[in-house]
Design a protein around this ligand. Structure first.
Ligand SMILES: [Zn+2]
Length: 486
């Protein structure tokens, strides 16, 4: 549970002014505590060493603009307020929905109001899946409703729903072993969450694997840590040649309960009703805004997130926060009159969640300029307390990025992880071998991922301000330094 802290111009800002950006806040509290202890016995107190991150000489000219970007960002809750407005006003933003269209128009207007340059949309045709009404109930032994969410891109059921007995499995191996019992049944994949990569395959592939043995419906235990009876939606992928059966997610609690009932030998009969269907492909767009480079405008640093979200919650963590934090990086540069040597471009991709067409369209529409993409950064892991960035690229590039990150030691965002990238920048990065980064944060992202609980109150204003600051500094220095990041 996160609590909202009062957000004011803090002692942290003063620390910056006095000590510069290499000072760590935890050093301050350590020093004060040490001084308090020392002062009991000795006056004047002995000098205390304050640890400073080593920073290479070449960074000297960037120290002052970095301190201003960080100071400006953490002195206000502008990013959080903008994210709150986005979620409160437009709600969820599934591809094809009028909500996403309205949010895109708003973002264009707001970017122009911020003074960003070359603000425009780039058209993308997107799949338009709609959930409709849906329900899951235990029919017997005693009728009662369960909490559920249909999986994205699932087919629906006939209007009267499907009714069938339940079979539960804990792995694909158990499914194989139960193949004779699966025909005509609803299959529950009751797989405890370990990591997203490990567990998500039951959501993605489970329905078709069950359909191959004759199942008529599939249920998947929530792909996320145990919450408060929270269902997690997300896409499934139907395998060519297998029957397409309707599929939904149930909560950790309900999956465990259904398992207990079966383990006691109780026959559980379920009724699944879903109106889910695809409408014809819809018009959508990627949103683009820039600060044009003052010397090499053709060389571009791209940062951004995906603007679409699932149709539950308000997509504040996934991925409104990534969009707003990267956008904020440009707004901060503009406000502080920092126009770097190269162009900085923010992109809000569309349709990451159930098609990935925004990232593909960006690659195709910018094919001729991809060789001038110096670096691409995606923020799609939440805007919790930033730790630093993941980086994928050359060893020389990694050394540079590590050095730049020392400018972020004061906000503890100076770690560089082994790999960076994202679903939306992936197609471009692969095609042109572009150095790729991702914001890395400490937070319980998968607790609220794809759930109705993905709302702005889970995000701390200080965390998104620090995330924006980290992105702004990293991006500014890469755009400004004389030699191109390799
Ligand atoms: Zn996302």
């Amino acid at each position: 549970m996160l609590t909202r802290r009062r957000f004011t111009l803090s002692a942290l800002t003063l620390v910056f002014i006095v000590n510069g950006p290499n000072f760590r806040v935890k050093d301050l509290s350590f020093r004060l505590a040490a001084e308090a202890r020392a002062s009991v016995n000795q006056f004047p107190p002995p000098a205390v060493d304050v640890r400073r991150a080593p920073a290479p000489e070449w960074l000297a000219p960037y120290r002052e603009p970095a301190a201003r970007l960080i100071g400006e960002s953490i002195a206000s809750d502008a990013a959080w307020q903008r994210l709150a407005y986005l979620g409160d006003t437009f709600g969820s933003r599934l591809s094809g929905s009028p909500n996403l269209d309205a949010a895109i128009r708003w973002a264009v207007d707001e970017m122009k109001r911020d003074g960003l340059e070359n603000v425009h949309t780039e058209p993308v045709k997107v799949p338009y899946w709609v959930r409709g009404r849906e329900s899951l109930e235990i029919v017997g032994p005693i009728p009662q409703p369960l909490v559920m969410l249909g999986l994205g891109n699932s087919v629906g059921t006939p209007p009267a729903g499907i009714e069938a007995d339940l079979v539960a499995v804990r792995s694909f191996e158990e499914l194989e072993a139960a193949r004779e019992r699966v025909k005509g049944h609803i299959v529950l994949f009751n797989v405890p969450f370990t990591t997203y990569g490990e567990t998500v395959r039951f959501r993605t592939n489970g329905p078709s694997r069950a359909a191959a043995f004759g199942a008529v419906g599939a249920l998947v235990r929530a792909v996320g840590p145990a919450g408060l009876r929270t269902p997690h939606t997300g896409t499934l992928v139907y395998t060519e040649g297998q029957p397409r059966i309707p599929a939904a997610t149930v909560t950790t609690e309900d999956a465990a309960r259904l398992q207990r009932m079966l383990d006691r030998g109780t026959a559980v009969r379920l009724k699944l009703t879903m109106e889910a269907r695809f409408l014809p492909d819809a018009d959508s767009a990627n949103v683009v805004g820039e600060i044009r480079g003052r010397e090499r405008p053709d060389e571009v640093i791209v940062i951004g997130g995906h603007f679409d979200s699932w149709d539950v919650g308000t997509g504040s963590t996934d991925d409104g926060g990534g969009c707003v934090a990267t956008w904020e990086a440009l707004r901060l540069m503009k406000k502080l009159h920092l126009r770097p040597r190269r162009t900085v471009r923010v992109v809000f991709w569309t349709n990451e969640e159930n098609g990935g067409r925004g990232g593909l369209a960006y690659r195709d529409q910018h094919e001729t300029e991809l060789s001038n993409h110096v670096m691409m950064l995606e923020s799609d892991g939440g805007v919790f307390r930033p730790r630093g960035f993941g980086f994928s690229g050359s060893e020389g590039g990694r050394v540079k990025v590590r050095e730049i990150a020392t400018l972020l030691a004061s906000i503890d965002a100076d770690a560089i992880g082994p790999s960076g990238g994202g679903a939306d920048i992936g197609p471009s990065v692969q095609q042109a071998n572009i150095p790729a980064m991702a914001l890395e944060v400490d937070g319980n992202y998968f607790l609220i991922h794809h759930t109705p609980a993905d709302t702005v109150d889970k995000i701390d204003p200080e965390d998104i301000a620090r995330s924006a600051a980290a992105i702004a500094v990293m991006t500014y220095v890469i755009a400004e330094m004389p030699e191109r990041l390799k």
